[in-house]
Ligand binder design. Sequence first.
Ligand SMILES: [Zn+2]
Length: 372
Amino acid sequence: MRLIFMNFQASALLLLLVPVIGCRARVPYRGSARVLIEATTHEPGLRDYRGLLQIHSEHSADSQGTREEIVEAARSVGADFVVITDHDNRNAEPWAGQQGDVLLMVGEELTLPDGHVLVVGPGPRKLTALPESGSSKWLVALSHPFRTRHPWTGWDQSAAITHMEVYNLGSDLQESRGDLIFSALSYLLAPHFTLRALMDRPRAALDRWDELLTHRMVVGLGGLDLHRRWYQAYLPAARMVSTHVLAPEKDPDAILQALIQGRCYIAFESEGESPGFDFVVRSHGRRLEMGTTAAWHPALEWECQVPWDAEVHLYHNGVRLQVLDCEAGRHCQGVAAPGAYRLEVFRNGRLAILSNPIRVMAEPSEDSNRRP
Ligand SMILES: [Zn+2]
């Protein structure tokens, strides 16, 4: 039997108590918000595709996963696409393409002097530092920037940071302190319960993200950082978190563009299947999707929809502005002032969805387009 516990540490106390993620305290409503009853749809032509980011295959020295194992894991959790990012190589490139129901995309996790970055695009791309400006063809994202081992240390290059893993499952599990033997035993008995108990709201990454967002658009991604080792399989961890993109079709270019443009959100699928989540700003009847920077005007409104009854925390410039009880399938909506908006969605007190931001600028700027 293959032993499949993760190489994390966890405490017995932690497992017994099952940590509740996030703060449940209510803050008073500020600004206006209301609930509408009509159903929503994404922008015409956009569909929601669930993806598994940062999977390591047998082409990483610390992983033995084959193409078949990756495809089977993705298929069994209902993922539409997988982004394989092996350490400093793209040797999995011949696997790229549709494999049954699952689209395999191949990028690379590059080791730079300042830390690790995920690079996905057309062919290999060697970097020694972050590119000076964003690219329309390449996704360049900080990988596990807050891991104790191999953290990102190049925060002084903040102008070059356009994408970052706001959540990394591998980091979250490894950083959980406590009793390895207890958590391993717990994992063998109840793997999903154990992993879920070890997952936490990524506070340090969210604080840094909010800080960066006051200056520019930075897209947040949720990475799994999954390796297959003799003691560790892709499942059940692949069930826990995914990045959903809103794209016109399940095509590598369309999905890559959605990731680059920030038309995506992080779903902690351990808390419930998430298709149906929506967060937009409405401007003169137009929908502006996540990842957009929009010019402010008085009639601007933000709007969201959740797939199940949830508590929606609206962040504005890093400050939690409102906590709203949203019913499944209904719109929650409010007036949007200038600033950076993002949502944290809690289900039964646990973090279930992190939206990408929408920035509203007081004055039109050269940033006023969909590009991050
Ligand atoms: Zn790494």
